[in-house]
Design a protein around this ligand. Structure first.
Ligand SMILES: [Zn+2]
Length: 406
């Protein structure tokens, strides 16, 4: 069956399909990943304890902390030689690593192609990608997916937003894939410098962070385009993971690759609205069981007016995980605090915030205390720069440090 047709299976077929794939996944995890075998045994469970998809709720979840703690390759279900690509995400003290086999990459490409076709990308389109280097996985996916469809792709590189605007205009970009905050940044820059927005654009693919209805309406009006939203999680899948169809009534989840659950994060019980947990169904290298995404969602299970029967996600804000997002790149509290400790030898009292204005850098206010007090202004500046540099190297983003009096 074509990947595209799978999205139209009957609900009964979906159920049967999920039972088979979940059983295969659990068996694979149990046999191949010691971490999962131990956690299943600790919970007194065996793969055959799953008879229906609802039984999955008895199985232990996986957290980002688990991924970092089992660095570098304890969570791989295949030998290292079968892994053909590794993506690394900032975490502290260990990074989080995700491996892909050749088969994983093919599946991923298929999903991105399906998403881009659903969004209406054609071979005569010119796709301009404007994403921060911290979203390397997404850049890679989009590039490969669009190339399969025969579109012309202009991938990002470090350049000023005014240069982006100019290239989009000169090369008549028709589709722009970016984050909502970078799209707003383009608006700002175009206003500030009196540069016209590229009129060749017909579609804006908004990725990486939620967009408010107000911002969405603004972007559509000022750019004079349609917008479609897609959602992915770097540790699992890129933008082919969930995306809007032309009806724009929630994001269709790639249910042929992922099994979703929504639970109350406090009790772990199934709830209509709550934290999204995802179990991978066909991943070879790094399968994940009930991965806690930290995102708050509502799951719509009924058939969409577009005809697709895949469950749809409505992403709600704020999520559950302690994190910030800057231009679509996520900054987790745990990683930030690890970096502060590493830089200053202890965790100072601090306040971190990202501004509403996409042109403004994130601000870190650190309370001065005896450990951090440096008698001269020069020394204080140097201490601030030390962290700003560390932050840039770690997250690939700018940050401004400000001292506040104790
Ligand atoms: Zn639909």
């Amino acid at each position: 069956m074509e990947q595209k047709d799978l999205e139209y299976l009957s609900l009964e077929d979906w159920r049967q399909w999920h039972i088979e794939l979940l059983q295969a996944t659990l068996t694979r995890l149990y046999q191949r990943v010691p971490f999962y075998r131990e956690s299943l045994e600790a919970a007194g469970l065996l793969p055959e304890d799953l008879a229906v998809p609802e039984d999955l709720s008895r199985f232990p979840p996986t957290t980002r902390k688990d991924l970092a703690e089992h660095y570098p390759y304890e969570l791989f279900a295949v030998p290292l030689r079968e892994i053909v690509r590794l993506h690394v995400f900032p975490w502290h003290p260990n990074p989080i690593v995700k491996g892909y086999t050749r088969q994983d990459l093919e599946a991923l490409r298929g999903l991105t192609v399906r998403f881009l076709s659903a969004a209406g990308l054609r071979s005569d389109d010119i796709l301009y990608i404007a994403l921060e280097p911290g979203m390397a996985v997404w850049i890679e996916d989009l590039k490969e997916g669009a190339e399969v469809l025969g579109a012309t792709v202009i991938p990002p590189s470090p350049r000023r937003p005014e240069t982006d605007l100019r290239i989009m205009k000169d090369f008549r970009a028709s589709v722009l894939a970016t984050t909502p905050s970078l799209a707003r940044r383009f608006l700002r820059v175009s206003e500030r410098l009196g540069l016209p927005l590229p009129r060749s654009l017909r579609l804006l693919l908004l990725l990486g962070e939620p967009v408010s209805p107000r911002d969405r309406a603004l972007l559509e009006e000022v750019f004079g385009v349609q917008t479609l939203v897609a959602y992915g999680i770097a540790e699992i899948l890129g933008p082919g993971m969930a995306y809007e169809c032309e009806r724009r009534q929630g994001l269709h989840l790639a249910a042929d690759h992922l099994y979703p659950e929504v639970v109350d994060p406090e009790t772990g019980r199934t709830a209509p609205e709550g934290e999204l947990l995802l179990t991978t169904l066909r991943v070879r290298a790094n399968p994940l069981l009930r991965f806690r995404t930290g995102d708050r969602v509502r799951l719509l299970r009924e058939k969409c007016p577009c005809g697709r029967t895949t469950p749809r996600l409505e992403i709600l804000e704020p999520g559950y995980e302690e994190r910030w997002s800057f231009r679509g790149v996520k900054i987790y509290r745990q990683a930030l605090e690890g970096l502060l400790r590493e830089t200053y030898g202890h965790l100072p009292e601090y306040r971190f915030r990202t501004a509403e204005d996409p042109e403004e850098e994130p601000l870190l206010e650190i309370r001065m205390n005896e450990d951090l007090f440096r008698p001269s202004i020069v020394a204080l500046h140097e201490e601030a720069h030390r962290f700003e540099r560390a932050f840039r190297e770690f997250f690939g983003l700018p940050c401004r440090v400000k001292w506040v009096e104790a």
